[in-house]
Design a protein around this ligand. Sequence first.
Ligand code: NI
Ligand code: MN
Length: 225
Amino acid sequence: MPKLTYLGHSAFLIEGSKARLIIDPFLSGNPKAPKKPEDIKVDYVLLSHAHGDHLGDAIAIAKANKATVVAPFELAGYCESKGTLIHPLHIGGGFNFPFGRIKLTIAHHGSVTPDGVYGGSPCGFLVTMDGKTLYHSGDTALFYDMKLIGEMNAIDVALLPIGDNFTMGIPDAAKAAELLSARVAVPMHYDTFDLIKADPNEFVKQAAAKGRKAQVVPVGGTLEY
Ligand code: NI
Ligand code: MN
C-alpha cells in the first residue's frame, strides 16, 4: 500500500514498495514545510510546472539523490541543463517505469521558471504503483475532462488545489472530486500565502454534499491509500 506524506503547499512524498517519489518539492521557500530538502531521500522528482512554488528545491534534491526528474519536455530540459537526470514526458503520454506508471494529464495554468525560462505546458500526474492510482492535478482550473480521467482510471486518491486565486477554489475543487470519482480527495495548495487562504474542512463538507469522500491530511501528516 503506497503511503503519501503531505509536505505543505503542493508537495507530497509518495513511498511505494519499489520507489520513493516527491512531487513539486517547494520546501526551503515554504516556512510551513515540515522537512528540509537535505532530509529528502527519493528516486524520482515529479514537477507539474515551473513556477517557483512547485519547482522549489527540485534541482538540489534531484542532484543530491541522483534522482530522475519527471516533467513536461521543456521543463525537463531546463532541469537537465542544471545538471539533473531527467525523463521527459508530455501531455497524454505515459511511461512504464520499473516501479509503476506515470502519465501526464492536462492542467489549465501557466509554466515559467523563476529565472524566466518557458516551462512548456503545465500538467497533472496519474501515478500508478503497487496496484493503486494517485492523481495530482497540479495547479489548474476545474475542467470537464476530469470526468474522462475518472472514467478511464480507478483513482484511489486525488490531490486537488483549493486555495482559489491561482487555481480552483473550494466549490470548483468539490466539483472536481465529483467528476473524478476518486475514493478519497485530499486538499492542497492552500494557506501557504495570504492570497490562498482556505478552510480545508469546508472542502470536505462540499465534497460530501456531492457524495464524495474528502480528507484533510495535515502538513507533515500521512495517508496510506
Ligand atoms: Ni503555478
Ligand atoms: Mn502554485
